[in-house]
Design a protein around this ligand. Structure first.
Ligand code: UD1
Ligand code: CA
Length: 458
């Protein structure tokens, strides 16, 4: 089997996006477009991955930081043919098939690429181009064939006459080419065209003349579509979402209103979990079996264990619920929130770097931060861990079976040992020994007949 290298063209600015961000860094489902392409490429195990960058190259390299990638600079974007030319030194010493892709085709699938390379090899081609049908074909290079259906050339829209413009078979921008031919062909490409660019598709007629050029038509045009503007980006985002939801439904997940949900590519959801309308599941989310995620929740970088219930309007980022847990409604679990089994976090509570022990409850209007809490603790309504002194963060430690009365402030650093009871309304500044009652409460003053006396009309 000949070896495989992959070349991704990603130097363009993406003028039609009208953005300060390079096009390939625009996100679809939370991943940069280029990352989707690399994700499809990975299972092909290429010997080398070369990416051509130019416009804001540093930004692109930083976003896709990976040791396996060889980055090549195309200082001026003179066209796709010129981009490949710039990459040739990075392919020095490589002999085999070169898969050339664009960085702006986020829905491309490994299987499609594998089949395409298979055709190219079986039929011993020098250059294969992957084509598709687009109607209207606006923006794409048109695939021109002879009367017998043989490939002739690809003509860019801006160079096409009105008859050629009507052709709906278009160039996907994906090619497989044998390295032995490529530098010779590229050397003959000129910029004598409507855009004054060196077009990569101009090597097609050269391969055809040598009897080694072919175009393979792929049925699923959406999976090959490129993103040139924000309308196309949003359309593909929808297609991506539908496909992801379909996969999850097929594996036993219920989406009550899939059209209103949003999912990152790496989201995992277990069987018999029910996702209510208007849920956003971001990057790094794994949800176990038999969970429920209520409406209007946003969850990212978090894990929900089996049987967990997240009620409406919760926000979880960097949280772990070991399951089964009840969360919300209206709870915010920030980075480092960890719920042991059967822990509960209720309405209008915020957690940050807080470990809530087994069976413990933080049910109403509380802030718990930089805290380690034992099992079976009851945190009263409105309890606040005062973890920040304006300069440093401090830790609160709470033992097993502690009862904290409502409206308590725990001024960290502070430790409540096992079995401690805190009276409601206390400001606790010193650690409390096991099984003690602590309270700080100003004595109540009563002034009889105060209101009748004070509030007499003048
Ligand atoms: C290109 C093809 C067109 C095809 C379409 C498929 C050419 C001339 N045309 O058109 O036939 O139908 O893709 O989507 O190739 N790039 C560089 N350096 C450059 C120019 C572009 O790296 O100098 C990169 C871009 O970042 C992008 C890719 O090449 O990822 C394609 O460029 P783009 O400008 O989007 O080409 P299209 O006009 O869409
Ligand atoms: Ca394009």
């Amino acid at each position: 089997m000949p070896s495989l290298a992959v070349l991704v063209l990603a130097a363009g600015q993406g003028t039609r996006m009208r953005s300060h961000l390079p096009k390939v860094l625009h996100e679809l489902a939370g991943w940069p477009l280029l990352q989707h392409v690399l994700h499809a490429v990975a299972p092909l195990n290429p010997e080398r991955i070369v990416i051509v960058v130019g416009h804001k190259a540093e930004l692109v390299e930083a976003a896709l930081d990976s040791a396996d990638i060889v980055w090549v600079k195309q200082p001026e974007q003179k066209g796709t043919g010129h981009a490949v030319l710039c990459a040739l030194p990075a392919l020095e010493g490589f002999e085999g098939d070169l898969l050339i892709l664009n960085g702006d085709t986020p829905l491309v699938e490994s299987e499609t690429l594998r089949t395409f390379i298979g055709h190219h090899r079986r039929e011993e081609r020098g250059l294969s181009v992957l084509s598709m049908t687009m109607d209207p074909p606006t923006g794409y290079g048109r695939v021109v064939r002879d009367a017998a259906g043989g490939l002739l050339e690809v003509v860019e829209e801006k160079d096409a006459d009105s008859r050629t413009q009507k052709i709906t078979e278009v160039n996907s921008g994906m090619y497989c080419v044998s390295t032995q031919h490529i530098s010779q062909w590229l050397g003959q490409v000129t910029n004598d065209n409507a855009q004054g660019e060196y077009y990569l598709p101009d090597i097609i007629p050269m391969a055809v003349a040598a009897g080694v050029g072919a175009a393979y038509h792929h049925k699923d045009s959406l999976s090959l579509a490129g993103v040139n503007n924000r309308m196309q980006l949003s359309r593909l985002e929808k297609v991506f979402r539908d496909r992801k939801v379909e996969q999850l439904m097929a594996s036993g997940v219920t989406f009550i209103d899939p059209d209103s949900c949003w999912l990152a590519p790496d989201v995992e959801v277990g069987q018999d979990t029910v996702i209510f309308p208007h849920v956003l599941l971001g990057v790094g989310v794994s949800i176990g079996e038999g969970c429920r995620v209520g409406p209007f929740c946003e969850i990212s970088r978090s894990r929900l264990g089996e049987g967990s219930v997240v009620r409406a309007f919760c926000h979880l980022d960097g949280a772990t619920s070991m399951g089964p847990n009840e969360i919300g409604p209206y709870a915010r679990l920030r980075v480092g929130s960890h719920l042991a089994p059967k822990a509960k976090v209720g309405n209008f509570c915020e957690l940050k770097k807080a470990i809530i022990g087994e069976g413990s409850k933080v049910n109403h209007l509380s802030y718990v931060g930089d805290t380690v809490m034992g099992a079976n603790v009851n945190v009263g309504a409105g309890t606040i861990t005062c973890n920040y002194d304006g300069v440093n963060k401090h830790k609160t430690t709470i033992g097993d079976g502690v009862f904290i009365g409502s409206g308590t402030q725990l001024v960290a650093p502070v430790t409540l040992a096992d079995g401690v009871v805190i009276g409601a309304g206390s400001a606790i500044t010193k650690s409390v020994a096991a099984d003690s009652l602590a309270l700080t409460r100003a004595p109540q003053r009563v002034v009889p007949s105060w209101s009748t006396h004070k509030k007499k009309p003048a």
